[in-house]
Design a protein around this ligand. Structure first.
Ligand SMILES: C[S@@+](CC[C@H](N)C(=O)[O-])C[C@H]1O[C@@H](n2cnc3c(N)ncnc32)[C@H](O)[C@@H]1O
Length: 299
């Protein structure tokens, strides 16, 4: 049995209402989903023991339920209605009991939601495989750290620095890093992305990852400025964000794919590829929850 199967079995046990959909996505995209889930299952079990699979499945179920509830409130209110930033900091990013299950869900959706599978395809095939040799890479809001670890697994020549504002998320990332065998080339640090000024190649990186972060910032404009300032002239950026997808910690509402695209252009970047895909919206709903991923380059 492939390690990826362990997650699907845990969903059967602990997240039954969501298990069939997840398995269908996995079966339809087996090679790509296994590329993510096989190493993730190995690292997670080595770092946390067997119980991690059930804990991750519970986190995934709680996340899916939270998303559905937030969508209902959004339909009624007609706009995002997030808590204030201090409450999000203390109740989400700094609260281990909330943040850790959330981090398992945040990575599992890449392999279990059809719309997010397209993101992981773009991440692997159009970002990682096209990075310059020996590239230095910065991951902004690395969360669980798994995108950086997959990057290290795929590209043994590159180095990666990940930052995130959430101490419990960075603790998960460091625990997975410790068993991944990539300790010499990957590091994770607690930091606000808008205060990112760490060392790189002459202050620049050949690769930047900013996945599912912009919607967490009250104004994403400065994020694009950071990306534009830190990416080298020949560098490549993987960027993604949620659109019309309310969640407890989504504070900036995008309604159209053109909005993050224009923010990127205004910061001196150009968009060379874009995918956008949606789940299913309930009949008669005003909003279509979805996520877009882009490849950006310097202009
Ligand atoms: C949905 S998770 C995305 C994690 C990962 N990038 C992914 O794609 O799965 C959002 C992450 O953004 C982080 N975050 C939110 N605001 C941040 C900030 N100002 N600086 C750094 N990280 C931040 C949160 O702690 C959380 O880990």
């Amino acid at each position: 049995m492939e390690p990826a199967e362990l997650f699907l079995e845990a969903l059967d046990r602990r997240a039954r209402p969501f298990a069939a959909g997840a398995r269908a996505t996995f079966e339809a995209n087996k090679e790509l989903c296994s590329w993510l889930l096989n190493p993730l299952a190995r690292w997670a079990e080595a770092a946390y023991g067997e119980t991690v699979l059930d804990n991750a499945a519970c986190g995934y179920a709680r996340y899916c339920i939270g998303v559905a509830q937030s969508q209902k409130v959004y339909e009624r209110a007609g706009r995002y209605t997030p808590e204030g930033m201090p409450e999000i900091m203390s109740g989400v990013y700094e609260d281990e009991g909330y943040a850790v299950p959330y981090m398992w869900a945040a990575i599992l959706i890449y392999a279990l939601w059809p719309s997010m599978v397209k993101h992981i395809a773009m991440f692997r095939d159009e970002f990682l495989r096209r990075l310059a040799r020996n590239a230095s890479v910065l991951e902004l809001a690395a969360g669980h750290g798994v995108l950086s670890l997959l990057a290290a697994e795929e590209r043994p020549d590159i180095r990666i620095e990940g930052v995130d504002i959430s101490p419990p998320a960075v603790a998960v990332a460091n625990r997975l890093l410790a068993v991944s065998g990539h300790g010499g080339r990957v590091s994770f640090e607690i930091k606000d992305v808008l205060k990112t000024d760490g060392p790189g190649t002459n202050g620049k990186y050949q690769g930047i990852i900013s996945a599912m972060l912009a919607e967490h910032l009250s104004d994403p404009g400065p994020l694009f400025k950071v990306i534009s300032r830190r990416i080298s002239q020949d560098g490549i950026v993987f960027f993604s964000t949620a659109i019309e997808s309310p969640q407890r910690d989504h504070v900036f509402e995008y309604n159209q794919e053109s909005q993050p695209l224009q923010m990127a252009e205004a910061a001196g970047l150009r968009v060379t590829r874009l995918v956008s895909d949606a789940g299913t919206a309930p009949p008669g709903s005003r909003f279509l929850p979805r996520a877009t991923a882009m490849i950006l380059r310097s202009r």
